[in-house]
Design a protein around this ligand. Structure first.
Ligand SMILES: NC(=O)c1ccc[n+]([C@@H]2O[C@H](COP(=O)([O-])OP(=O)(O)OC[C@H]3O[C@@H](n4cnc5c(N)ncnc54)[C@H](O)[C@@H]3O)[C@@H](O)[C@H]2O)c1
Ligand SMILES: [Zn+2]
Length: 359
């Protein structure tokens, strides 16, 4: 087992990474008594695949396990599902303070974390992420949220878990498309912070996609550590440090929004395109050498999902103006200077943005 310590003072915690780690859950989880209700938020698909292993891992701990399932889609991050979850939680745990476990991908993690942060003004919880994206990204950093019709992730808080347990064995059942979604975020972290990780991906991508455990462990460990080191310096996202994690996301979100968040383009495909576009802008601005640009493009193209429709330039431009970080008539883009290093850039000429979308 490998461990990353998230150094956040009193709110610090460990991120455990390894194969078949869930079997050790009983030793990692600290609860007050054997009567503490453990409230597991998940969905039917994940419980069918991995519920027995989780139950086995928890067996030595408690007599009081409660499984609560939510819909298997972004719809689970809604007020309706939140309200229902709160009602079940309160009914089943009565006066006791429960321990909550988020057992699933980023959707379950965001919902369960928000439930934990608001139930009785905050109860302890753990993240047990089962997708690659959740293991390297969403389960780390304490951002928890719900969506409303007007905007994704707009209702939320910062609430750190007691620990994060990344069992690489869960990734064996993950559909290829979901694995690739996670790998897009891995590439993002490699481009902004870790040239060594980037080279490892270039050399071993096909073996990673075959889910060779030693390589997956290295990928999850290095990527989760990049996110942890960034979050430590900017826990509440108000020091402009966490912003570097937005590489590929300014264009990516605009592409998703211009497709009105339909399934026609996944988050991973939108961010993959967004990273290509941001790298193109960086090369045009002579910030990024052509050889690094070509390496970035060729790695991302190896992860490409299904072909997506041509972008509607006007719609993407309009969506860019609605970005959270759009101020004074300009977007703030995170642009690579070289592989392993990126910086925020404002005032990218509008004609270059248009040219990039058209390309
Ligand atoms: N909080 C944050 O900092 C943060 C960061 C990035 C993304 N997010 C959020 O994360 C969400 C996306 O997360 P995601 O990509 O994990 O998607 P997801 O949670 O929807 O999971 C993808 C699919 O894989 C299934 N699945 C999960 N684990 C599985 C397994 N081991 N085997 C087989 N199938 C499995 C799920 O049931 C689902 O159908 C979005 O809501 C996004 O807003 C949050
Ligand atoms: Zn993302």
């Amino acid at each position: 087992m490998k461990t990353i310590h998230m150094r956040l003072g009193k709110r610090g915690y460990s991120i455990y990474i390894g194969n078949h780690l869930v079997a050790k859950l009983g030793c990692l989880l600290k609860i007050k008594s054997k009567n503490t209700p453990i409230f597991i938020i998940s969905n039917k698909k994940i419980l069918k695949l991995h519920g027995a292993a989780l139950r086995k891992g928890l067996r030595p701990l408690t007599k009081n396990l409660i499984f609560h399932t939510t819909p298997d889609s972004e719809k689970a991050k809604s007020f309706g599902v939140y309200k229902k979850t709160m009602a079940v939680l309160s009914k089943k745990t009565k006066k006791a303070t429960p321990f909550i476990i988020a057992f699933g991908g980023g959707v379950v993690g965001d919902l369960a974390g928000f439930v934990a942060s608001t139930y009785r003004r905050g109860v302890p919880y753990a993240q047990i992420p089962t997708t690659l994206l959740a293991q390297v990204d969403s389960a780390i950093g304490g951002k928890v949220a719900l969506d409303i019709k007007e905007a994704k992730n707009i209702v939320g808080s910062f609430y750190q878990p007691q620990f994060v347990l990344c069992d690489l064995g869960f990734l064996d059942t993950l559909p290829l498309k979901e694995l690739k979604n996670g790998l897009v975020e891995v590439v993002k972290c490699a481009v902004i912070k870790d040239a060594g990780l980037f080279a490892l991906l270039e050399k071993n991508l096909s073996r990673i996609i075959k889910r060779e455990k030693a390589l997956l462990e290295a990928v999850v460990l290095r990527t989760a550590a990049i996110k942890a080191r960034i979050v430590e310096k900017d826990e509440f996202d108000n020091r402009d440090i966490r912003a570097v994690l937005n590489f590929g996301h300014t264009f990516g979100h605009a592409i998703e929004a211009s497709a009105c968040y339909t399934k026609s383009i996944s988050h991973g495909d939108a961010v993959a395109r967004g990273m290509i576009m941001a790298s193109f802008v960086a090369r045009e601005l002579r910030m990024l050498e052509d050889k690094d640009y070509k390496r970035i493009i060729s790695l991302i193209q190896r992860l490409k999902g299904k072909k997506v429709a041509r972008l509607n330039v006007k719609k993407v431009l309009r969506s860019l103006a609605f970005d959270k970080k759009f101020t004074k008539g300009t977007n703030k883009f995170i642009l690579p200077k070289k592989i392993g290093c990126a910086k925020p850039v404002e005032k990218v000429p509008r004609r270059l943005i248009r040219k990039t979308i058209e390309r």
